[in-house]
Design a protein around this ligand. Structure first.
Ligand code: SAM
Length: 485
């Protein structure tokens, strides 16, 4: 039997089934230990020092204990701390991105995904480089600067060379004042060599959802294809880091397995990355299984309510305070609104989950034939941007960090240094101004400029504030773009 060791590079040892079961048993036994709960909540709280805030985070055991407790007063406290942490490290900024589906060819048999090999009634499509260009122009015309590319796993149709070609094409398109400045990549687990090539192609985060940390279920949910190999999939982030990728994004597809097991596994994965590579995950995503062609989410009997989902999100925020958290358009406006107060720092907007879903379609037309899942939040990017601002969040199109070499632990040090208000805040305001000037509706523009004016006052350094103000004027009065600190 495998023994738990967060420093091990073997999947069964760093995501250890025995340790997870023990954790869940321990959490059940101690769930009403008020003194312990208080101690854990106190540990989670951000502490203000001379150089900004610091946070200790929580272990998988502590996080599991909070999840097990069902006192409404404790839950309120968890929510309050989650919001404090979000504001301490990420301020009121929300980073915006969109997915770009390149190909739905796939050789895997994932039972929850419509792209599975045996699905014969979904048309298979792979974008040509010309089509990639058109999609990118459509995305730039909406105002996007940051994409997450998505593809099924198919070594013949979507080899790494195809993905690399697409990344090159995406970065090469400069339409009007637009450009895509950060391409995050969500493709199947691959080799160290391929991760090195992705890194050389200038990718931002490498994202790979674990789907489930429960090995036995994983094997059943991925019955065929290369993704069936649980160890290879689970150890992918270590290979990515070995290949030089500093920023990796974790995620669980909630609904497949028992959420308590998943939360413990997810936090253990973050602990493992920290223990081995000295830096935790750059982001964590919290997708839930959605209806899709050939897929009925009710067939998975581990679906979670909106309340449980919110609680899990907030606990992740407490456990890994420096990690960005992502919520996609799988969720409704209502759910997204709530989660934005509980630690989410990135959202997608105006998303299409079909291959070739952007170019040639108006804001309210969406092709469904190659769609990966139903999109619940179908608002345009302009509507999402306005909604965020009306709720006090600054939509940020900033991509400065990795372009300035602030990846991995350097990004984490920025987070911990208290310099975010002198760096990320003006960057958010400058990129928001680009959006307002080049793409926003008059209504959004009015709300936005008011926000930029107010938020600029919050930049602590006089020097930074005056440079940012000058750049903002430059953006309004010229075609000069892409200022950053
Ligand atoms: N093929 C790659 C892989 O295996 O990791 C790329 C990822 S796929 C395009 C993106 C993610 O969509 C998957 O990791 C999965 O978690 C999620 N997904 C698949 N089917 C879904 C569904 N029916 N509802 C919600 N999310 C789904």
């Amino acid at each position: 039997m495998a023994i738990y060791d967060p420093k091990s590079l073997k999947a069964d040892e760093f995501i250890n089934d025995g340790e997870i079961r023990d954790t869940l048993r321990w959490a059940e036994e101690h769930k009403n230990d008020a003194a312990l709960i208080r101690e854990i909540l106190d540990k989670a709280r951000p502490v203000k020092g001379e150089r900004g805030y610091t946070c200790k985070g929580l272990t998988h055991r502590e996080a599991s204990l909070l999840l097990e407790n069902d006192d409404p007063a404790v839950l309120e406290e968890i929510y309050k701390i989650a919001e404090e942490i979000k504001l301490a490290f990420y301020g009121n900024r929300i980073v915006i991105f969109a997915p770009l589906y390149l190909s739905n060819y796939c050789v895997n048999g994932c039972v929850y995904c419509p792209y599975h090999l045996k699905n014969k009634h979904i048309p298979r499509k792979k974008l040509t480089q010309d089509e990639v260009r058109n999609e990118v122009i459509a995305l730039q015309d909406m105002g996007h600067k940051r994409l997450a590319i998505e593809a099924g796993e198919d070594p013949v149709n979507n080899p790494i060379e195809y993905i690399l070609d697409c990344i090159k094409t995406i970065y090469s398109v400069h339409h009007k004042n637009g450009d895509i400045r950060r391409v995050n990549v969500n493709i199947a687990a691959t080799t160290v060599e391929n991760y090195r090539r992705l890194k050389e192609a200038g990718i931002g985060t490498y994202i790979l959802f674990q789907e489930t940390y429960h090995k036995e279920s994983y094997l059943k949910l991925h019955p065929t294809g290369p993704k069936h190999d649980y160890d290879y999939h689970t150890e992918a982030m270590d290979r990515a880091m070995e290949g030089g990728i500093d920023d990796v994004g974790l995620g669980v597809l909630f609904g497949l397995e028992l959420y308590k097991y998943e939360l413990a596994g997810l936090i253990m994965h973050a602990e493992h990355l920290e223990a081995v590579h000295g830096v935790g995950p750059h982001t964590i995503s919290v997708p839930r299984v959605k209806k899709a062609d050939d897929i009925d989410p009710t067939a998975f009997d581990n679906g979670i309510s909106d309340e449980t989902f919110a609680k899990i999100t907030a606990i992740i925020r407490l456990a890994v305070p420096y990690t960005g958290m992502i919520i996609s358009t799988r969720e409704t406006e209502e759910v997204r609104s709530k989660l934005l107060r509980l630690g989410i720092s990135q959202v997608s907007g105006g998303s299409r989950t079909s291959v070739g879903g952007y170019a040639g379609y108006s804001a309210d037309e969406r092709p469904h034939d190659t769609e990966q899942f139903d999109v619940s939040d179908q608002r345009s990017l302009d509507e999402v941007v306005r909604w965020l601002m009306e709720n006090g969040h600054i939509p940020s199109f900033c991509t400065a960090c990795y372009r300035e070499g602030r990846t991995g632990d350097r990004f984490m040090s920025l987070c911990k240094s208290g310099q975010i208000l002198n760096c990320c805040h003006p960057n958010a305001l400058m990129t928001l101004t680009e959006y307002l000037e080049d793409y926003a509706s008059p209504e959004t523009k009015a709300v936005g400029y008011k926000m930029v004016e107010e938020e600029l006052k919050k930049v602590p350094s006089d020097k930074v504030r005056s440079i940012a103000a000058r750049n903002i004027e430059d953006i309004k009065n010229s075609n000069r773009r892409d200022f950053r600190f």
